[in-house]
Design a protein around this ligand. Structure first.
Ligand code: GLN
Length: 194
């Protein structure tokens, strides 16, 4: 099973390592044609405006929407979460508009630039280690969205069908259980498609 990591900008290598620990093969995705070869896609953290611009420049917007419509799972972390949202608070134009959430950028940055914590995530037995870096938070979720974790009452992990998002960077620790969770989603989607 192959999981691609969108390699336009941001933390790509670390995701590939975590995918490997979770028992799948991680591959960098630089061109839209490469989406054909993968079963699931991770959109990494970085800077969402830059990732959005590069996605437009290299024709990824439509291609990733089709990938999702095809039932193949997508996992967005931090900036990846922002580009998947239907709405960005403050009126900034959204990018992929895939997930029924409203996000606020740099929402924790106002308090603290970055921090780590142990986080309870629905569907994962013990708390996972989470690293937040100028992280966004999910202000609002639509009806089809399941909240998987909160930090200080703010939503930081959510799922809508085959779409998964986290405000934090699960790839920056040795704890690969959220990648395992995503790999299980990809496996289940493959079973449905088979
Ligand atoms: N602050 C970044 C943004 O708004 C996201 C930060 C990250 O991905 N670590 O795009």
């Amino acid at each position: 099973m192959k999981i691609g990591v969108l390699a336009l900008q941001g933390a790509v290598t670390e995701h590939i390592v975590s995918v490997g620990k979770a028992g799948a093969e991680g591959v960098p995705i630089k061109r839209v044609e490469e989406l054909k070869e993968i079963d699931g896609l991770i959109i990494p953290g970085g800077e969402s405006t830059t990732i959005g611009k590069l996605m437009r420049k290299y024709d990824f917007i439509e291609a990733i929407r089709e990938f999702a419509a095809d039932g193949r799972p997508i996992f967005g972390t931090c900036a990846g979460l922002i580009v998947m949202a239907k709405e960005i608070a403050g009126g900034e134009p959204p990018h992929l508009e895939l997930m029924d959430i409203t996000v606020a950028r740099n929402a924790f940055g106002r308090q603290r630039e970055s921090f780590e914590c142990d986080l309870d995530v629905k569907g994962i037995d013990e708390p996972i280690r989470a690293v937040f870096i100028r992280a966004p938070l999910i202000e609002k979720v639509g009806r089809g969205v399941e909240v998987l974790s909160e930090y200080n009452g703010e939503i930081v992990t959510a799922r809508q069908g085959n779409l998964l998002v986290s405000s934090f960077h699960p790839e920056l620790t040795d704890d690969y259980r959220l990648h395992q969770y995503f790999t299980d989603m990809v496996q289940a989607a493959r079973n449905v498609g088979a």
